[in-house]
Design a protein around this ligand. Structure first.
Ligand SMILES: Cc1cc2nc3c(=O)[nH]c(=O)nc-3n(C[C@H](O)[C@H](O)[C@H](O)COP(=O)(O)O)c2cc1C
Length: 264
């Protein structure tokens, strides 16, 4: 069973590849949370996977909350692995996940990460990839995934294939908690009324159902407590009308789509 959270599609793509390669079921964490489904039955031979993007050098908080509430009936020590996508490095993200899994008496056997196109923008510089660099990152990620698949297929335990970063504690503990406290919020999203074309795309791509459209069709963030600032709304807006705290105006947009695979 593959539990996956994805904002802009990078992790969803990897999880779908894992599902194809292993023949295992895919469960979308965001949908499960919105529908309140936390109990699953495992087969004896089934692998368990947790796939997520790195947010502030940690798993997104919705992934951690989901794991905390998760009930896996039939768990008898099946192979369990984590697979993260990131822009650069993961910090202590897998340690956090391992701790959460320990809390529900599930052992994390192996952990992997791949670099995918960047989806987060810090102030001042535009960190989002150009279409060319997004394409080459996706190509490299596909090659890396192929090299990791035998570990997963053969259920190899104790495999750790990821880059922690140079200062993982500072990144995950210090910066990660600052990030979570001050920057993970939907209150900084705004829409430019003149630019919005009222298409409703932002509402349809929000993984956690946090955007509703007003009678004119403009987005209203619901503050439902589930916004991870994944930036799916920002990146998908066809009119580039959405901004986050004044720091994304005029910057690039990106979301995963199958055209990125055309030349592979
Ligand atoms: C809120 C946020 C925080 C992020 N933090 C990190 C980070 O700490 N380290 C990193 O390497 N990438 C970070 N990224 C980049 C994403 O992990 C990466 O682009 C990922 O592939 C996005 O996956 P998705 O398309 O499934 O949402 C961050 C992205 C977002 C939106």
């Amino acid at each position: 069973m593959i539990f996956c959270f994805t904002g802009t599609g990078n992790t969803g793509f990897i999880a779908q590849r894992l599902a194809q390669a292993t023949g295992e079921r895919l469960v979308w964490i965001a949908k499960a949370i919105v529908n309140g489904v936390f109990q699953y039955r495992l087969d004896k031979e089934e692998r368990i996977a947790f796939c997520f993007p790195i947010h502030g050098w940690r798993p997104p908080f919705v992934v951690r909350d989901f794991v905390e509430s998760l009930k896996l009936d039939g768990y008898v020590g099946q192979y369990c692995y984590a697979f993260a996508t990131c822009g650069d490095d993961v910090g202590l993200a897998f340690d956090y996940l391992e701790e959460d899994l320990n809390g529900i008496c599930v052992r994390l056997d192996s952990a992997f990460s791949v670099i995918m196109p960047e989806t987060y923008n810090f102030p001042f510089i535009d960190q989002i990839d150009t279409p060319e660099s997004a394409r080459s990152k996706v190509a490299a990620a596909c090659a890396r995934l192929d090299s990791i698949l035998p570990d997963i297929i053969e259920r190899r335990r104790g495999v750790r294939k990821f880059n922690k970063s140079r200062w993982p504690r500072i990144n995950s503990r210090l910066l990660g908690s600052f990030f979570l406290k001050h920057w993970v919020t939907d209150s900084k999203f705004t829409v430019a009324p003149d630019a919005c074309i009222h298409c409703g795309k932002c509402a349809s791509v929000c993984p956690v159902g946090n955007i509703k459209c007003d009678p004119l069709g403009s987005p209203v963030w619901q503050n439902n407590g589930l916004c991870t600032t994944c930036f799916s709304c920002y990146h998908h807006c066809p009119a580039h009308a959405i901004d986050f705290g004044g720091r994304t105006r005029g910057k690039r947009q990106y979301f995963f789509n199958n055209d990125l695979l055309n030349d592979l």
